[in-house]
Every structure is written in structure tokens, then in C-alpha cells.
Design a protein around this ligand. Sequence first.
Ligand SMILES: [Fe+2]
Length: 131
Amino acid sequence: MPVQWTNDLAVGITEIDDQHKELFRRINDLLEAADRGKDRGEIDKFVAFLQNHLVTHFATEEKYMLRYGYPHYTRHKARHTLFIMHFTGMKRGNPIASIAQYTTDWLLDHIDKADKALGAFLTSIQTKKAA
Ligand SMILES: [Fe+2]
């Protein structure tokens, strides 16, 4: 089942929201490649592509956290690190549907519990600056 970014997932920072949308597109591309019966070598490229995007995305968020002195930086970064560890372990030998589902579930939960808090913090700083 393709995943869809919807407005209720917005964190309010365009660069982060755009990357979240892109991640969902990558997950869908991966699922589509698996559906089309691509061989594992080909599919592994989509998995690697998704992982690269995840790593880049986490680095973007962490860059914002450091730049603006986010108080929950350590905890938030630890969640990213832990996820990449799980993802790396999971991508070996698990069906694509499971990898995609795990990534989707984690992202939805993480956006809701961690990224929205970061977005609110960054938005409040920008609002203060503009005032
Ligand atoms: Fe995050």
C-alpha cells in the first residue's frame, strides 16, 4: 500500500517537510520496484537510495537543532541513530514489504512524537526573530 504525506504530518519547516515527502516517495518507489518483480540486486539499489535519503534527512534536522540550540538534541539524534541501526540490520534478508512497513510506521510515529516538537521549537524561534 503506497504511503501518502498529508498536511497533518507538517512540522512547519519547509525543508524538513519537503524531505519527509521525498522519503515517502522513496518508500513508494521501493514498493513499486518490488511489485514489478525486479531482482534483488535492483531492489537493493532502491533500499540504498532510501537509506541515503534517511541519513541526509536526519543530518538536516540535526543541523537545525545545533544551529538553534534545540534542548532535546541528544535524545532526538539518538532516535535517528537507533533507527538507522535497526534499518541496517533489517535490510538484510527481510521482505521489502516488511522493510517498507517498518520504515513507514517509524517515520509516522517519529514525525508525530519528535519532529513536530522540533518544528514547533524552530517556528517559535523564527517568530521571535521576526517580531
Ligand atoms: Fe527526526
